[in-house]
Design a binder for this molecule. Sequence first.
Ligand SMILES: [Zn+2]
Length: 386
Amino acid sequence: MTLAIGVDVGGTKVAAGVVAEDGRIIAKLKRSTPAASPARTEQAIADAVTELLAGHQVLPHLVTAIGIGAAGFVDSARATILFAPNLAWRDEPLKQRVEERLGREVVVENDANASAWAEARFGAARGYRDVMLVALGTGIGAAILVGGELYRGRWGMAGEPGHIRVVPDGRLCGCGNRGCWEQYCSGNALVAEAREFARRTPEGAIRLLQLGGGAPEGISGPVITQAATEGDPAALRCFQIVGGWLGQGLADLAAILDPACFVIGGGVSEAGDLLLDPARAAFERALTGRGYRPLADIRVAQLGEDAGIVGAADLARVSSQAAPVPTADLQVVPQTTAPSSPSSGPSGPGSFIRSTSMANPVTNAATAQNAAMPDTDQPAAVATTK
Ligand SMILES: [Zn+2]
């Protein structure tokens, strides 16, 4: 048996765990993130790994891989965090910095990608090879698996459907545009909907206001979920609205990706069918070709907040088995005319091994990923398609 360590780095917490090959977490710890300082965040990651290794005398030699799932845009070499909305990382060579601190190799991945990988390997999408994860939290986090492989895009930034504009000149988004999907379909959107309703129609929002401590500002996601679970019409209406936006957006995504399964994660998904029933109804109404095509499954994520740890660990384990992993070239079609950017190249001595060699066995890594994935919904699609 081999073990891997996964570290999930978000804007508020660093969570790390020792993960077995079957996805079970054997040991786990959680710290708050010193988010304002890149160096201190990196030290917190290294400390978490060191502490997990030190806590178990037998572990160090069993731990064969270390993975980091980070809440940010990870470059295609999977070494540098180009930008992190809730952390101070800007063009930060995270892989190199953590490897320097630990003296061991680490694998870096976007946190939503790590979660999707975990759900497909061990959770709600087990057995599916074409999967999209949509996580509703502050905004929308998402990840795409095509044929059992993570689809990262050419520059590592695929899977940001939260900023598809669904309402022309709609609500202002933090990204600077208007009418983005996550302004209508997210934890923040749910809360905004409920507070707005309570302000406008307090007599219709008695239960929401009660649970929220009397003022609209006290109404939170868990409050809305609790009220809806009790059957409160105002809370149910909020889930109808957000669920409707969810289903409509999933139909648009299905028009592009045609996945077998959507996994809905994030805090809002804890409401389960209160959210998913209206989502499924809207999905069926909006789906192009409806009535003449199979419907994708829409399921609630199963691994909860552990998904990032489990996925980061398992991706690192799979990568280590496929070594040397040509990370930058996993999905690269030969293309030499792309503009070079300082961040897409090797970022230091610790990382260049992976991105410079076109002669590396690209297909080995792809095959290893495929081999790691169950193969039930699309046996014909296994492939080294690149
Ligand atoms: Zn936006």
